[in-house]
Design a protein around this ligand. Structure first.
Ligand SMILES: Nc1ncnc2c1ncn2[C@@H]1O[C@H](COP(=O)(O)OP(=O)(O)OP(=O)(O)O)[C@@H](O)[C@H]1O
Length: 247
């Protein structure tokens, strides 16, 4: 059983992850990092810039296998991932970008997904014709099309203006609630984490480990005042964890 009571969908126990650099000593990105996410939960990994969040996500996604430790994925282990840069195929339209990623998906399923993400009118547009916000939504549609057991989102709202970020955040929150896909979101923004996640993993500066884990009551439905109170509590938890780490 996981600490939250549900079956663990994702169990990460990384002893060490070094980046090897030409002409310099290895750079330790992660050290003794443990994180457990229950089935169907949304988790957010929050940490300062450069602490190792993307490195962690790449290890979980299996894009980098050079580390010591162990990562257990949900049963079947089908992953959907959306990167900070949407990485769509520039010579394919949006509908094809989604369909190519998920060959088993029927054209009706692809159309329904585009509709759900408000992309129907852009189905035949090419990535170069889309704003960053729309391209992020298309990347999210592509990640969802594979019917993932685990959805990994790397800074899904970064570099969007406030209104667009709020809009995409609300769409992601609705998707998490409706589909109950186990989701791990990487972000540097605590407010974003509180708005989206059931569980927040606060990371230390590099080499990253989990300083504290916070459970969010009524995630994605939290009144603003409660979200602000939780944010203040998280900042205090972080400060006190840092103080005791320095002792
Ligand atoms: N392939 C690599 N080779 C060498 N160093 C790397 C490599 N990838 C990342 N790093 C370094 O590892 C550290 C962690 O990087 P990472 O991108 O994981 O951090 P992050 O928390 O995602 O940062 P940000 O919030 O700025 O995106 C940084 O110091 C980065 O410069």
């Amino acid at each position: 059983m996981s600490p939250a009571g549900g079956a663990a969908a994702l169990d990460v126990a990384i002893t060490a992850k070094d980046h090897h650099r030409a002409g310099g000593p290895p750079l330790r990105a992660l050290e003794n990092l443990r994180l457990v996410l229950p089935m169907g939960a949304a988790g957010a990994v929050v940490g300062p810039s450069g602490c190792g969040k993307t490195t962690l996500l790449r290890l979980i996604a299996g894009l980098d296998r050079d580390f010591t430790g162990r990562i257990t994925l949900p049963a079947h282990g089908r992953l959907g991932m959306a990167f900070q840069e949407p990485r769509l195929l520039p010579w394919r339209n949006i509908q094809d970008n989604v369909a190519i990623a998920a060959p088993e998906a029927t054209s009706q399923e692809v159309a329904a997904l585009l509709d759900e993400l408000g992309l129907s009118e852009h189905a035949t547009h090419f990535p170069g014709e889309l704003s960053l916000g729309l391209a992020r939504r298309a990347a999210l549609a592509r990640a969802l099309a594979v019917k993932p057991d685990l959805l990994l989102l790397d800074e899904p709202l970064v570099s969007l203006d406030a209104a667009l970020a709020r809009e995409l955040r609300d769409r992601i929150a609705a998707l998490i609630d409706e589909r109950r896909i186990t989701t791990l979101i990487v972000t540097h923004d605590l407010g974003e984490a509180i708005a989206l996640a059931d569980k927040i993993f606060l990371l230390s500066p590099r080499p990253a480990h989990v300083l504290a884990t916070l459970d969010v009551p009524a995630p994605r439905k939290l009144p603003r005042a409660d979200a602000e109170a939780l944010q203040a509590q998280a900042l205090e938890t972080l400060a006190s964890a840092r103080r005791s780490a320095q002792k």
